[in-house]
Design a binder for this molecule. Sequence first.
Ligand code: AMP
Length: 381
Amino acid sequence: MLKTLDTLTLVDKKVLIRLDLNVPMQAGKIKNTERIHRALPTIRYALAQGGIVRLMSHLGRPQPGEMNPDLSLAPIATYLSQVLACPVQLCSDPAELAQATARVALLENVRFFHGETTNDLNLAQQYAACGDIFVMDAFGTAHRQHASTLGVMQVSEQVCAGFLFQDEIKALTQALQSPKTPVLAVVGGAKVSTKLTLLTSLATKVDQLIVGGGIANTFLAAQGYAIGTSLYEPSMITEARAIMAKVEVILPRDVVVASACTATATARVSSITDVQADEMILDMGPEYIKWLPSLIQSVGTLLWNGPLGVFEIPQFADGTRVLAKAIAACSGFSIAGGGDTLAAIAQFKCTNDIDYISTGGGAFLAFIEQGTLPCLPMLTA
Ligand code: AMP
């Protein structure tokens, strides 16, 4: 059972909340505020309960010890003060945060500080001194063993999970530990090697596995098909065969091919037995795409990570578009996560119809792979 915020008394307590406010930025402007909005329920609850709110997050990957102005949380402090309708004091280091007087204060990018990414306990202690209660709500960073995600918990007197973290764990637990069957996983994207642990773990948990993108190409090659110049990994053929021995892997019988992966390339529909030596597979074929929704319609639980084709280019986007729409329309419990997956969901406007969209790319995958996260034992009663 997770230790949760709603079981604690917060009146006049300093509530130190680790959030994942790692939003995309361009020229000092926030490009997408989704992560900030997903963090608001915990902040608002702490304020409504009379807490004094202290916030921290990372942004990008600055060099430790270097205050890179491009990665300052200043624009985020400004945005937060607007949506919370109260001043948000930006503090340049933990000592300043400990002394802050405002009701809501935000620490500068934690990755500016030496010792953050190496989980330095001295830094963790400085963070912990800023709060009476530590709240972990940075699910997107929860797979990391950093001073602001793990160390601070080890030295804080009282720790608990925030609402976003709770929702993420609940959705993933529902999908993995007590799923409605049949369970289908869809894993697309470029390379088997970057998702091998995920694929191997899912092979023992799901009834069927759809592979897409460059990953499907490696599986097709493992089945002996000629795949021309397609992106694939010869070194992963043995692993692909081992996965196919464990679970039913669904592969296309028709595909979309082209001579190059460019926006001006001419697409051709091909049987999987007819891919030419100078062609590459860039999407699933129309027969497969027509059949896909009927399979998805009958699943009890569906987990999705990674596109089925090069969805950024219109002539190779149909597979991923139809997949996203079918998942949005299915009555089973659907959960999606991972950077490109979220981009695809946004592109095809399915955000509101997928049961749970995880904010954590790496953490989403790590939880599926390992069934836990480094900070989870400390958040469990
Ligand atoms: P990943 O980060 O592993 O999820 O990979 C996502 C990327 O894989 C996207 O940018 C897609 O364009 C790319 N991708 C999907 N299908 C293919 C394919 N058949 N060939 C090459 N790249 C692909």
